[in-house]
Design a protein around this ligand. Sequence first.
Ligand SMILES: C[S@@+](CC[C@H](N)C(=O)[O-])C[C@H]1O[C@@H](n2cnc3c(N)ncnc32)[C@H](O)[C@@H]1O
Length: 269
Amino acid sequence: MPKESAVYTHGHHESVLRSHQWRTAANSAAYLIGELRPGQAVLDVGCGPGTITSDLAELVAPGRVTAVDASGDVLERAAEVARERGLDNVEFATADVHSLDFPDDSFDVVHAHQVLQHVGDPVQALREMRRVCRPGGVVAARDSDYAAMTWYPEVPGMQEWQDLYGRVARANGGEPDAGRRLLSWAREAGFTDITPTAAAWCFATPENRAWWSGLWADRTTASVYAELAVEGGHARAQELTAIAEAWRAWGGEPDGWFMVPHGEALCRV
Ligand SMILES: C[S@@+](CC[C@H](N)C(=O)[O-])C[C@H]1O[C@@H](n2cnc3c(N)ncnc32)[C@H](O)[C@@H]1O
């Protein structure tokens, strides 16, 4: 597969959006919030359903947020979210992060949350993000790291989930363990002033466990990921059903605890 034509592993099934729409600037972009000021121009790359985007728009108003994604369908959902929140300072466009249709130095802040793990050439993506960012501005990237995700208690089938996800994501041209690589990608893209950090989501209350395990059970059998796993010969349908059952079993554990670690890179231009 050519380097820049990775397939987006998750797709935008309802079970995927259930996860993405939970995200806020506070739980997913805290490392960036201290850099935001009213009046700034922000580019949110790979905005998905846009709940983080709308938070960014509130934080920089009357500044503007331009939100782009490779998928036109999910942009419609993102526009709906902004409308529901009464925001008039967000605009949306389809775009590929490897080649952005904006002049040099267009934005004060260029942000990507859980996007670089899915693209074929994350270093080229970061070069493009830097090109469209003004001198003095920041490029901010945050990605999860699948192999470093950890949970308790051990439930048969959960390890198979982690192994299978890694195989499918790599076959699609992505890098599921992106969190640990962000610093190296940013250096290779030419950034010299980088603040690397890490932060985690933790799902361990009865409500969080039910939500997280339920959406992963559904993603494993009903989303684009499930189709790609079967079509790519990585798993048979009954194996996906067993993994979904493992998620439900873990979700029913009163001691259940799950951590999603992220790498973060705040790169000054
Ligand atoms: C995991 S979602 C993250 C969405 C959002 N940033 C969030 O955290 O809620 C990744 C998004 O990146 C988009 N994407 C994947 N490859 C892309 C590319 N080459 N250029 C732009 N967007 C891309 C997908 O369509 C998807 O909406």
